[in-house]
Design a protein around this ligand. Sequence first.
Ligand SMILES: [Zn+2]
Ligand SMILES: [Zn+2]
Length: 102
Amino acid sequence: MEFCDECGSLMRAEGDVWECSQCRNVEAKGSGEFVLTQGQEASEVIDVSDSESGLPTTDARCPDCGNDRAYWYLQQIRAADESETRFFVCTECEHRWREDDH
Ligand SMILES: [Zn+2]
Ligand SMILES: [Zn+2]
């Protein structure tokens, strides 16, 4: 139900707009409900602290505490054409290191 801003008469749906049956005033339907989606950027940083339990584990020796179990994940450091780097997170002390640091 929509009423004309000009004369107060009941408006009727006419395609994408409301049209006044009295004065032919036309108003857009659902104005102000459009949500711009431009500018949204997905975070490319993996927050390991939130998803550690979901990460796969592998045999990797922690350089910090000597534990031989670590979560691992792949992350691209720079440009998209560079290969991904494997990161490890110690299951014991949560120390993080890159695979190619050794
Ligand atoms: Zn009207
Ligand atoms: Zn460790």
